[in-house]
Write a protein that binds this ligand. Sequence first.
Ligand code: ZN
Length: 289
Amino acid sequence: MPPNGALLKPFLVPRTVGSDSHQNIQDFVRQHFQALGWHFETDRFQRDTVIGKKVFTNLIATANPFAKQRIILCAHYDSKIDFMDGSQKVTNFVGATDSAWPCALLLELAASLPRGSDDLTIQMVFFDGEESFLDWSRSDSLYGANHLAHVWSGSAQSHQRLDKIKYMMLLDLLGAPSPKFYSFFQDTAPVFQKLALAESDARRKGLLRTPRRLFITEQSIMGRQHGHYYVEDDHVPFSMRNVPIVHIIPTPFPSVWHKKHDDVTALDPDTCHDLALIIHTVIHRELAA
Ligand SMILES: [Zn+2]
């Protein structure tokens, strides 16, 4: 998917919680899924934050809300408010990798993947309020994910039940060149293996454009140890409730992470192409199986 695609462009603006562009994204995502005929709902709530009351809106789209089980693909659509990078104030932060491109990829996948069956379907969640307003902490971050995991843990509706999630694949900080991905969770190591296999198959067939391997299988990273997470991200409140997690985030983070240069220039078309192809291949196989 080219970085300037029609699905990406609306995301390449500051998308801070409560801003007009933040609302525009909500409308854009809703229209996309309604046009595809998916079930679409929002999870809207108000929270006291470190900078005052804010209204957050998670966006949830489900291909077949009556299916017995679902795979969730998710990313956060909010962008970080003005912050200090050393002595430099960063304003109008776009967050092309964080997470404009991952969101656009979800829209692309929704349009190109099969719907699944009554046994297994696909659901996409666009989290709000992932970013901290001030300094990252358990209470100032992950506003949307915390709320949704809490609401769903008390829900009896089949497309919301946590025990009906086959796994949750969280995409974050994607699109910059030369990422390396590792498996973080033992229970989803087989899914990670499928990603690595899809990559090596595609590479052998000459379908990939990047020169080096993206999904590394020789080494894994402990994503959770003694109740602490190696990377705190939107998966945490779900993982704590025993939802299996596949976290696709580069180690190390891209060099543009929380820098003003995380804009369209940070996106590498070859990396974007390959990631889209690999993830599409794996989810397609899951839904077709
Ligand atoms: Zn961020």
